[in-house]
Design a binder for this molecule. Structure first.
Ligand SMILES: [Zn+2]
Length: 272
């Protein structure tokens, strides 16, 4: 079993706005913690450094117009008309280097997809990934470029079926949307119910896919206050039969940690 940890110190070069809850240190902090615990010190684990994704590769999901605006936003000077693309909000501010930061993050996830496709790795982890709220022509909920949709699209070149599983506290709305009519990608999201948490309008159990994709979209909305026992019960009830029935060639997981009780971004009560 070959495992890869995506790592670069270059994320530290980006100065995100003061008071912005998203931390550019997440890859560094995860790497340092794993190193201290000797988790990376094994012959089957390799470190790979990501490169920024070239513009043209982003068009596999995003519109050229949106990417053009995002490139312009890289200068850090917001424009009022960008608000309709979700750029310049408190969750998706315009700051110097915003495009470069997210291109590098996306580069990590796509490097992972390439390593899996080329059979150079069995498991890949990118701590600065999982931007599941980015739409094809808009930014939303801290997400500007949907690295997940891009990675799944790339994995479909080598695999017939991809299972996407999302245990972030928020519904993986734009990944669901991108593959809603596909029977090649099953999307499974466990999250706090949209009755109490962003993105509010999606992630309900009645959303099950359409056309060929009917039945390939599964949502498990959980009420505020849900803890470990209820989540683990739901996970085992739903996940095991689905993975056996769907038989995916590869699994893509978004492991947002905001469902932890100490995280103020949701009302879920998970522990480590
Ligand atoms: Zn989240």
């Amino acid at each position: 079993m070959k495992s890869v940890f995506i790592y670069t110190r270059k994320f530290l070069n980006f100065g995100l706005p003061r008071g912005y809850p998203w931390s550019a240190r997440r890859t560094e902090a995860t790497y340092q913690l794993c190193s201290r615990l000797n988790l990376l010190d094994h012959p089957w684990i390799s470190i790979y450094e990501p490169k920024p994704t070239p513009d043209r590769q982003l068009y596999a999901f995003h519109t050229k117009e949106y990417i053009r605006l995002l490139k312009e936003a890289n200068q850090g000077i917001p424009k009022q008309e960008w608000m309709q693309y979700g750029l310049g909000t408190s969750e998706c501010p315009v700051y110097k280097g915003v495009y470069d930061y997210h291109r590098l993050a996306t580069g990590g996830t796509l490097l992972g997809a390439d390593l899996i496709n080329d059979e150079k790795a069995d498991i890949v982890f990118n701590a600065t990934g999982g931007f599941h709220h980015a739409g094809k022509d808009f930014a939303s909920g801290f997400c500007y470029i949907n690295d997940i949709v891009l990675a799944i699209t790339r994995l479909l070149k080598s695999y017939d079926r991809v299972l996407y599983i999302d245990i972030d506290a928020h519904h993986g709305d734009q990944v669901q949307e991108a593959f809603y009519d596909s029977d090649k990608v099953m999307t499974l999201s466990f999250h706090e119910s949209g009755k109490t948490l962003f993105p509010f309008k999606t992630g309900f159990e009645k959303e099950m896919g359409k056309g060929k994709g009917k039945g390939y979209c599964i949502n498990v909305p959980m009420p505020a206050g849900t803890g470990d026992d209820q989540f683990l019960w739901a996970f085992q009830e739903v996940f095991q039969p689905l993975i056996e029935a769907f038989d995916p060639g590869v699994v893509v997981a978004v492991l947002g940690a905001d469902a932890l009780a100490t995280d103020t971004f949701s009302n879920l009560r998970f522990t480590n």
